[in-house]
Structure formats: structure tokens, C-alpha cells
Design a protein around this ligand. Structure first.
Ligand SMILES: [Cu+2]
Length: 140
């Protein structure tokens, strides 16, 4: 693991293979992308993404416009959402930046200089956003 710049935000991705928290009434097929905080001070931020699931995942950082909420982006026929406006992504196994996905039990990371605002972190592999892989981060 290299020296990570700025504040480090721990992000975890899971899918049903490791979703022991799922109880009766919860969707058995759900996937999650969670951060260790909902708010962070602006500046240089490193997103350290750990894939605790059983299939590859990724994490993109895209601003939320106006009053837009996380999880409301329209999902296309290909099972993905529009990535326009993406500021960066962690999608490589044991490396920074773009790639073919972070393999199970591996980490990927990306360092970004974020201005104050609201951002959505999500996985855009086909079907994963729909399955619940998104969360909101506020930068103050
Ligand atoms: Cu995913």
C-alpha cells in the first residue's frame, strides 16, 4: 500500500455473498457501497475502496446537482447510469484510478481535490447501481 494523500475515506463494497446483515424482508440480491463518514472537510481526499464482496466492484465520484438525491439517477438499458461529470474513479485492483474493477478482497483508490458540495459515490458495473450501490458524501 502506498502513502495515501490527504484525508482517507474508507469505502466498502459488498454484495449478497457477504451480506450477513440481510434479514427477513430485505432484498437478498442487494449490493451496497458504504463510506465510513457522511461528511468530510474539503481538500485533498483519498478514497480507499475495499471490496468485501464476492464479485468485482468499482467506485465513481460524481457531483449531485441541486436537491438531487443519491440513488435517483436513471438506469439505462445496459444496467448502468450516465457517468457524465465523473470526477474520478477507483476501479483497479491494488492500484489507483481507472481499471476493470476491484477484485474481491482487494483494494483500489483514487485521490481527488474536492470542493465543498454534495457528491454521490457509486458503482456503475451493470445492474449494481440499481441493486443499491450508491451513497452520498457532503464536502464542507
Ligand atoms: Cu458493484
Amino acid at each position: 500500500m502506498p502513502t495515501l494523500a490527504g484525508s482517507v475515506i474508507d469505502v466498502t463494497t459488498t454484495d449478497r455473498g457477504r451480506s450477513m446483515m440481510a434479514g427477513p424482508g430485505m432484498m437478498s440480491g442487494s449490493m451496497r457501497l458504504t463510506a465510513d463518514r457522511a461528511t468530510v472537510v474539503h481538500g485533498k481526499l483519498t478514497f480507499l475502496v475495499t471490496n468485501a464482496g464476492t464479485i468485482p466492484h468499482e467506485m465513481l465520484v460524481v457531483p449531485l446537482a441541486g436537491t438531487q438525491s443519491a440513488g435517483t439517477r436513471p438506469v439505462g438499458r445496459d444496467g448502468r447510469v450516465d457517468e457524465a461529470g465523473s470526477l474520478g474513479e477507483a476501479a483497479a485492483t491494488c492500484a489507483e484510478g481507472e481499471g476493470d474493477g476491484i477484485l474481491p478482497s482487494a483494494t483500489g483508490w483514487v485521490t481527488l481535490d474536492l470542493q465543498p458540495g454534495r457528491y454521490e459515490l457509486f458503482c456503475n458495473l451493470p445492474g449494481h447501481y440499481w441493486a443499491g450501490m450508491y451513497t452520498e458524501l457532503t464536502v464542507t
